[in-house]
Design a protein. Structure first.
Length: 381
């Protein structure tokens, strides 16, 4: 027991150190400079005065609005300077904060344009509401869940992304990182115990099967990974050195981890409670009863996955509605077919996770019903 407590303290200490260091290392705007080499500066600015918007009609009868904007630069070498320019991108109001794009024309003339709104305040308030809601509902369990979320994000930022940019095999890297993320999510949130180990093994098994299936589907479907615009920009920014089809598979694998964690933890909890209620129940009967719950849960999560991907692909669906092409032709296009593959492969991963995790839990949790499982995440001495 003391060995387990010591191990947990060591693991927790490592996580806290990683989070503390990572918080100071998150890159700011260097990525924008690399992807937009022609831009000399991107500064925060605030609209001082704004003229009334005027409407013009461009080619094909498209309506466009523009305004004369005076803005005060809030940072950088020209902080405090007020500049004036025509803005036809994002219409602003006086007092709005935004990011100002400054470039120098070939003749040496300054050029200014609105780059994007400053959304830090809105995002910060929303993040605080999220943290408060999680802690209010989950208590210490919620705090541990937030820590695992932060640690997972740091793992993606400082291990997965650099590895992919270094042109390591995307599928192999994503499977390894997925295992690390699942370990963080399960062990840090629910503790190190028999139930969480079962959940971890079940989810990793599903990830391996999903990775293999996604690889086969991508190969036979002939995906190039060049469907989305951001993939094209990334390909140009990296000189075509990345395996974009592999990045597509990596995204599928990482994107399904949340639902795998959810269903694995639930199945372990169901099995544990069945053993707690009837300790003499056979493993086969526990498995059968737990699978009834698992089937219902999996069905709901399949709907969740499909609806989530449908929501993300809503502009594509609207484009299909406006298109005169047949549905079969439209879904055959890579940009649409990829979303279908994401939903179907992720759903198949769930179908693997449910029976595997339930079987492992029914076998290994028998006789340990009173040992607290992953839902509570603490131990009774």
């Amino acid at each position: 027991m003391q060995g387990v407590i010591h191990t947990r303290k060591v693991v927790s200490s490592v996580f806290f150190v990683a989070i503390a260091i990572g918080g100071f290392l998150v890159p700011a705007s260097s990525g924008a400079q690399e992807l937009l080499p022609e831009v000399e500066h991107i500064w925060k600015a605030q609209a001082v005065s704004v003229s009334s918007a005027t409407t013009t009609f461009e080619a094909f009868g498209v309506e466009s609005q523009s305004q004369i904007l005076e803005a005060r630069i809030l940072e950088g070498e020209r902080s405090g300077e007020v500049v004036q320019f025509r803005n036809d991108y994002i219409l602003l109001k006086s007092g709005d904060r935004f990011y100002l794009r400054h470039s120098v024309q070939p003749g040496g003339e300054d050029s200014f344009a609105v780059f994007d709104r400053d959304r830090h305040l809105v995002l910060g308030v929303l993040a605080l509401l999220f943290v408060a809601a999680v802690i209010f509902l989950g208590g210490i369990q919620g705090v541990r869940a937030l820590l695992s979320l932060i640690a997972s994000f740091l793992l993606i930022m400082y291990v997965l992304v650099p590895s992919l940019l270094a042109a390591y095999p995307p599928v192999l890297v994503s499977v390894v990182i997925a295992a690390g993320i699942l370990a963080l999510a399960i062990f840090l949130t629910h503790g190190i115990n028999r139930g969480s180990v079962v959940a971890f093994v079940g989810t990793v098994t599903a990830v391996l099967c999903t990775g293999a299936l996604a690889t086969l589907v991508s190969y036979f479907a002939g995906f190039t990974g060049l469907g989305p615009d951001e993939a094209t920009y990334l390909n140009l920014a990296t000189g075509g050195t990345l395996d974009l089809a592999g990045l597509l598979l990596a995204g599928i694998i990482i994107g399904m981890l949340g639902v795998l964690d959810d269903i694995a933890i639930t199945q372990v909890a169901v099995v544990r409670e069945l053993y707690h209620a009837t300790p003499d129940m056979s493993r086969h009967e526990v498995y059968t009863r737990a699978m009834r719950v698992g089937k219902e849960h999996a069905g709901a999560l399949v709907n969740t996955l499909v609806l989530a991907y449908s929501g993300a692909a809503l502009p594509l669906i609207m484009l299909f509605a406006l298109s005169e092409e047949s549905m079969l032709f439209f879904i055959n296009r890579e940009i649409f077919a990829v979303e279908i593959v994401r939903a179907l492969v992720g759903s198949i991963g769930l179908m693997v996770a449910v029976p595997v995790t339930t079987a492992l839990a029914a076998w290994f949790l028998r006789g340990h019903a009173h040992g607290v499982g992953p839902v509570h995440g603490h131990h009774h001495g």
